[in-house]
Ligand binder design. Structure first.
Ligand SMILES: O=C(O)CCC(=O)C(=O)O
Length: 457
């Protein structure tokens, strides 16, 4: 979750993320929804049923819809709100038009529906704890004035019961103007809305006569939370048997100490993405490593007192305080809409005495993450073999040649490791960038302007 997302979610109880689905994802999901809508009710896949514009378990109609449960742009939010203990427990597809939502959909929230004590929203040490929330992905545009989702911002932290009829005294005859405390959230196709179930929300009368509201409701809880239905496994066997192993793990209840495998992956959480040149880039701070073998070798500059970063660093740096060791980073190129293929590793560094290191990449250099120093050879694995006394976006590995910088990345998550060759405390690692455009030359401005994952919220 980015600082902006965290701030807005805490303040209002929801966030509206723009353009989280890329063109391909949007087309595939829109096609799937259309196929679902065109399927006669008695021919829907087992376990999916239709009622009043809603397809219960509709997320399991097509793999493109199921994949949204672990979408790389909302997954960091799901993980943070559940403190890395997520469970997915409802996935309904909605296709609602002029024949639906012709009276105000009652304002409600889990606390009002199920009891004040049933849901949690708390903040401790800068982290949000939220044990029940939904992610809506939209497949069709909603314009201002259309109607649809209405929310009462801030109500997830309300301390008083909502007075009866305060906003819609007569739901059959709603006022022309919304009460100023309410917001009609108008999402466009490809957007997502993350909303605490403690937030009071409802549905305004749908006005368009020729357009439908098409979206999916994905509901998440903490993995040890038992909701009102008290189902251990929330989907029937006929739905479970067509889900992917990752989704099955996401659905499973688990103890409050267990960390699911799906949560262990995609661990670099603060990253930026961009589409500069003719490709995609993913950027992350060197200090955002996921693992290191020793706290004595690669150390944080300021935070661990190893070295004061040279002026111009973005945040902290990593340096080698002495000895042999490694750093490991996991990153997901699909967050940048990137695909498997050749990508270039670029490092923003200071390295006055060309103290080089090795770069090892999962898939390209081996099929398993090594626990002992792998066979690393020159020039295939060498990086940083260059004198760069000032901050430089270093694109080459071996004195102007690619060296170890061009690697085959795989779809989705990738793992890179930096192993010590010569590095010393003269070296400062600041930011790393992977680019699918091998000719792309990063700049500080590009990094600053890259999408930090807020998605326009
Ligand atoms: O139809 C909507 O936009 C909101 C659905 C809703 O109220 C809910 O999921 O609780």
């Amino acid at each position: 979750m980015t600082p902006k997302q965290r701030y807005l979610f805490d303040l209002t109880g929801y966030i509206h993320l723009k353009n989280v689905l890329n063109d391909e994802e949007l087309k595939k999901t829109q096609d799937a929804v259309e196929r679902c809508v065109q399927t006669p009710q008695d021919e829907l896949p087992p376990g999916i049923s239709y009622s009043g514009g809603g397809y219960s378990n509709g997320f399991s109609f097509d793999k493109s819809l199921e994949a949204l449960t672990l979408h790389p742009k909302t997954w960091p939010i799901v993980k943070e709100l559940t403190d890395n203990k997520p469970r997915f427990n409802r996935g309904s597809l909605l296709a609602k038009g002029p024949e639906h939502d012709q009276v105000i959909g009652k304002l409600h929230c889990a606390r009002e529906d199920c009891g004040w004590q049933t849901r949690r929203y708390d903040v401790k040490d800068g982290q949000i704890y939220c044990n029940d929330f939904v992610v809506f992905f939209y497949f069709a545009d909603v314009h201002p004035g259309d109607g649809g989702l209405v929310v009462l911002p801030g109500s997830h932290k309300a301390n008083f019961e909502r007075p009866e009829g305060i906003f819609f005294p007569d739901p059959e005859d709603p006022p022309d103007e919304l009460h100023p405390a309410l917001v009609n959230v108008t999402a466009r196709a490809g957007d997502a809305i993350v909303l605490s179930e403690l937030l009071t929300h409802g549905v305004l009368i749908w006005k368009p006569k020729d357009r439908y509201r098409r979206f999916i409701i994905l509901r998440y809880t903490t993995q040890f939370f038992q909701d009102a239905r008290a189902h251990r496994v929330p989907f029937p066997p006929e739905v479970m048997e067509r889900l992917s192993p990752e989704t099955i793990e996401l659905v499973q209840p688990a103890s409050y100490t267990h960390i699911k495998d799906i949560v262990k992956s995609f661990a670099v959480e603060e990253f930026r993405v961009s589409q500069y040149g003719s490709g995609e880039q993913i950027w992350f701070e060197a200090e955002a490593f996921d693992e290191r073998d020793s706290e004595d070798v690669y150390k944080l500059g300021t935070a661990e007192g190893a070295l004061e970063p040279t002026e111009g660093a973005f945040g902290d740096i990593v340096t080698n305080a002495g000895g042999q060791g490694w750093l490991l980073y996991r990153f997901d190129i699909s967050a940048a809409d990137g695909k498997a293929g050749d990508w270039r590793f670029i490092a923003r560094v200071i390295n006055p005495s060309n103290h080089s290191d090795w770069l090892w990449v999962l898939g390209d250099d081996g099929d398993e993450i090594p626990t002992e120093a792998p066979a690393l050879v020159r020039p295939d694995h060498i990086i940083l073999e260059e004198n760069v006394p000032d901050w430089t976006w270093l694109r080459t590995g071996d004195f102007g040649e690619d060296g170890g910088t061009v690697n085959k990345l795989q779809d989705g998550e990738n793992v890179m490791m930096i192993w010590t060759r010569q590095s010393s405390n003269q070296v400062q690692y600041d930011v790393f960038c992977w680019s699918s455009d091998l000719e792309y030359e990063p700049t500080n401005e590009d990094y600053e302007n890259a999408n930090s994952g807020d998605y326009g919220c």
